[in-house]
Design a binder for this molecule. Sequence first.
Ligand code: ZN
Ligand code: ZN
Length: 364
Amino acid sequence: MTAAAERLARLRVSLAASGLDAMLVSSLPNVRYLTGFSGSNGLVVVTPATCLLLTDFRYATQVKHEVAEGVRTVIESSSLWTRLWAELQQLPGTKVIAFETAHVSHQDAARFLDASSDGSRWLWRPAVNLVEVLRESKDDDELRRIREAVRIAEHALAATLPQVGPGMTELEVAGRLELALRSAGSEGFPFETIIASGARSALPHARASRQPIARGDLLLVDFGAIHAGYCSDLTRTFVVGAPPTARQLEIHTAVREANGSASALVRAGMRGRDADALARDYIHRLGFGEAFGHSLGHGIGLEVHEAPRLAKTAESPLPAGAVVTIEPGIYIEGWGGVRIEDDVVLGTDGPEVLTSFTRELLQL
Ligand code: ZN
Ligand code: ZN
């Protein structure tokens, strides 16, 4: 069975288990996962026997190269949604249809629900995460893509660091890193590159700014690459233009050790909250518990933030084959922050850390 056929088969099992005759997939990463289609406009309908992809004229050639066998493609030149109703009429035995409540506009959902209430032939059922759950465990092809996205990111970081010094702005560093990512083969940036220096490094999601980097500043760099649709996500924290102070070294070491022990101890089958605790308890014992205000990590794949979550509130077990980030941090307002983020595959025999860039506190 091809990877696409396997994914459709797994989705069909969960549709049957939920009493659904069909599912309308409108989330583009889910469309890509199920059909291979990477365009920006597409709707997919999956029934027990068929898989239909609707897209527009711009993608008529692309679909021939991308779309998996067994998926019927319809090119529609005016409205995908109008065409959808026409196509659904042609699918016999389709009554109860799931739609992705997190990925449909209120306007479109209102159309489904109105259509359900007036005795129409379809009953629309809101569904959450039916495809996202399937995406948690990566197959070999997905793992290859993520490994390459990690390799590109690390190569770009190594090429950028020798160019960084005091006086450069955060935006300049971001620009050089993004050029290096593109040059190394990244298709894009999974999120806005975070370059935060000095006290701004205490803002966990700082945007790069026009602030010049000062001698002795911490510099937090959080970025990723995209290869064949799949993301990597990594963070390192450096010190610029001077040896680290004792305080910088102390906090960096605490984060590095929390990262190292969580990366070594995280396991498939563990609840997300227990994985989170691997780093959180350690940081808490050192007296920095209040300064680690975000969760430990998240899945990566076609999206840079996807299931599963490694968080205090995550009750679900982490599935084998998931690729997750391990990203503890300590942030002290007005002083600065340190985060170290790695990407880890949860293998059946234990974790494998994909990121290999040094975690030492490098002086740039
Ligand atoms: Zn990150
Ligand atoms: Zn992350």
